[in-house]
Write a protein that binds this ligand. Structure first.
Ligand code: JB3
Length: 208
């Protein structure tokens, strides 16, 4: 059943997600955001309805949440808000833009968000709360962890693994069979040809 949706956060990422939900003709109750009083406008016609407390007037069985808090480097806030509402028994919608191409056997975690023009080839796993952003391609047998953000235009070859809470910057390229640890950051435009440890940042061509 297509339950009505509440959007958490009303910034740039929210706009892109709302666009997908409107394409899919989903019912959106509104947006919650702690700064809602500073926003005079709606987002693509969807109104602000209050802060995170406003979610609690709906029971977990009658709505689905969409985590619209994005991330540029640090995915902490995005993962914290998911944990907060999961512990209150709410469920998060997994969102797939209709223009994406996803192989049949790909596994998507709860709340994963697959944006326009993404390609995901067979036998990949995409973790809980992970964003695969616009026009990224992920080739066969990749394992992408939880709370990861793969920014727009990233190319990931086959057999790559990426740990939880890692950020891959816009336009980066990762060759085949590379392992990238958790809580790490790959800079925009980097070319990754060696494994990256946990809690590391790499930049450049080739990435160091
Ligand atoms: O890279 C791309 C294509 N998109 C980026 C996206 C993934 O991440 C985008 O360019 C941004 O860098 C970032 O988008 P985001 O998260 O929408 O950023 P911003 O426009 O700053 O909006 C964040 C919103 O979350 C703001 O309106 C905050 O007030 C709100 N917010 C902060 N804390 C919160 C909370 N909302 C709720 N509901 N709860 C909170 O605790």
């Amino acid at each position: 059943m297509n339950l009505p949706i509440i959007i958490l956060g009303g910034g740039g990422h929210a706009k892109v997600l709302i666009n997908i939900l409107l394409l899919q003709k989903r019912e959106i109750i509104g947006i919650v955001d702690p700064n809602y009083q500073n926003y005079s406008q709606d987002v693509l016609g969807v109104n602000f309805i209050g802060n995170d407390e406003s979610v609690l007037q709906y029971s977990p069985s009658e709505i689905r949440l969409v985590n619209a808090i994005g991330s540029t480097k640090n995915t902490d806030l995005r993962s914290k808000i998911l944990a907060h509402f999961k512990q209150l028994n709410y469920s998060f919608l997994t969102i797939i833009h209709p223009s994406s191409i996803i192989a049949q056997d790909v596994k998507l975690g709860e709340g994963a968000q697959i944006m326009a023009g993404v390609i995901i080839q067979p036998s990949c796993t995409i973790g809980v709360n992970t964003i695969i952003n616009t026009k990224t391609s992920i080739d066969h047998d990749c394992q992408i962890g939880d709370h990861v953000h793969i920014a727009p235009g990233v190319t990931i070859s086959g057999g790559v693994s990426i740990g939880d809470r890692t950020h891959i910057g816009t336009g980066a390229t990762i060759i085949q069979n590379i392992k990238i640890g958790k809580n790490s950051l790959v800079g925009a435009g980097a070319l990754v040809i060696k494994d990256v440890e946990d809690n590391c940042q790499v930049w450049g061509v080739p990435a160091k």
